[in-house]
Write a protein that binds this ligand. Structure first.
Ligand code: ADP
Length: 197
């Protein structure tokens, strides 16, 4: 298995913008959010368990998970959040490991908003934090997701504080500037990671 580089940052910090660039350079990017959706796709044991616990109202008309409805439940009920995490986290961890092992690029990225909150960081050799001031984070997320400001601030408040995340970084990518500036930072990071790998 090649060098595993964790990429993290708060919502709207620019993780996807950074990892899109690295992917264009031929780097395999394992996306923890995508894996989290994969393990609850129709037909999976995890989705069956969720619909047994919360009723078929938790499913959309096409049989897939109503993620917004489930999010509302777990945001208002810590017990339900714990139940869901105990169900899905081991499955997510296994699938991430499988994808990392299958990667053939010089280094492999594990992109995850919750890299440092849980056990995923243990799968990485280096940690890259994409960093922006909170006000930039709020503005970009509102624009991207069409969310109201209160909701975005609640999500940010539930994530690790900026300073704590920065303290755990091996590399910090500043994304407070333009997308062109981000590309320059990304290119420099890519060169350093290739040298490490
Ligand atoms: P994350 O994956 O961390 O949630 P994204 O990469 O989706 O964040 O970035 C959040 C939003 O901000 C997206 O709409 C993205 O296009 C935009 N964005 C990212 N970086 C910049 C930048 N440097 N300047 C302007 N917009 C940006």
């Amino acid at each position: 298995m090649s060098l595993v580089v964790g990429v993290t940052g708060g919502i709207g910090s620019g993780k996807s913008a950074l990892t899109d660039y690295l992917e264009q350079q031929g780097i395999t990017v394992v996306d923890a959010d995508k894996v989290a959706r994969l393990v609850v796709e129709p037909g999976t044991p995890a989705l069956r368990a969720i619909s047994e616990r919360h009723g078929s109202g938790i499913l959309l008309a096409n049989g897939s998970l109503d993620r917004a409805a489930l999010r509302r439940i777990v945001f208002s009920d810590p017990q339900e959040r714990l139940w869901l995490e105990q169900l899905t986290h081991p499955l997510i961890g296994e699938e991430i490991k499988r994808q990392l092992t299958a990667s053939k690029s010089p280094y492999t990225v594990l992109s995850s908003p919750l890299l440092l909150e849980g056990e995923q960081v243990a799968m990485t050799d280096q940690v890259v934090v994409v960093d922006v001031p909170v006000e930039v984070q709020v503005a970009r997320t509102m624009q991207r997701d069409n969310n109201d400001e209160d909701q975005v601030r609640r999500i940010i408040a539930a994530q690790m504080p900026r300073e704590e995340r920065l303290a755990r970084a091996d590399f910090v990518v500043d994304n407070s500037g333009t997308l062109e500036q981000l590309q320059e930072h990304a290119a420099a990071l890519h060169r350093r990671l290739l040298a490490l790998a």
